[in-house]
Design a protein around this ligand. Structure first.
Ligand code: IMP
Ligand code: MG
Length: 178
């Protein structure tokens, strides 16, 4: 285990099982369709790569880059779009693929922006849903896990751009970010 990690919240094996069953659910729900899996860079990159291979349907992938966190551990509440998707999503079945829902400010802003492009449908798949029980502006349509209100790293999630390559979800030691 990485020495900056307090403990492992979800192991590689638990992650693989959760992503596989989410892929099977999406496969059933989108039968006969060609969904666009829109990964939100950079945090969802690993989840996006695993999820697309767990979906047994023709699908297209694209990326959107938006920033809300800066380099710290607190959400700024602001969203800046840095890269728009290349695919024209008008009349397409779009699934936004996100790493983690915290306040859900990012996802609600993304849903608003993308709905203006008039997709046939717009759903969200998140790997983790943090701060369960807190009032959020939007809920995820699909999710793999709920999580505690701790700062999490690994499986794409970073702290100041580090730890994305850890193959598990770990709770970062408080002394690293405080
Ligand atoms: P929200 O807008 O508050 O829902 O924040 C969502 C974004 O904040 C995610 O896409 C992540 O990039 C980042 N984020 C929130 N919580 C964590 C965490 O525990 N670890 C790493 N990044 C996080
Ligand atoms: Mg991030």
């Amino acid at each position: 285990m990485n020495r900056d990690v307090e403990r492992i919240l979800y192991s590689e094996k638990q992650i693989a099982e959760a992503v596989k069953s989410l892929g099977e659910r999406i496969t059933r729900d989108y039968a006969g369709k060609i969904p666009v899996l829109l990964g939100i860079l950079k945090g969802s990159s690993i989840f996006h790569a695993d999820l697309m291979r767990a979906i047994d349907l023709p699908c297209e992938i694209d990326f959107l880059s938006a920033k809300s966190y800066g380099m710290g551990a607190q959400s700024s509440g602001k969203l800046r779009i840095l890269k728009e998707p290349d695919i024209d999503i008008r009349n397409r079945d779009v699934i936004i693929v996100e790493d983690i829902l915290d306040t859900a400010v990012t996802l609600s802003a993304l849903l608003h922006t993308l709905s203006l492009k008039e997709p046939a449908s717009l759903k969200t798949a998140v790997f983790l849903d943090k701060n369960i029980g807190i009032e959020k502006p939007v809920k995820a349509d699909y999710k793999c896990f709920d999580a505690e209100n701790e700062f999490l790293v690994g499986y794409g999630l970073d702290y100041a751009e580090k730890y994305r390559n850890l193959p598990y979800i770990g709770i970062l030691k408080r002394e690293i970010y405080s």
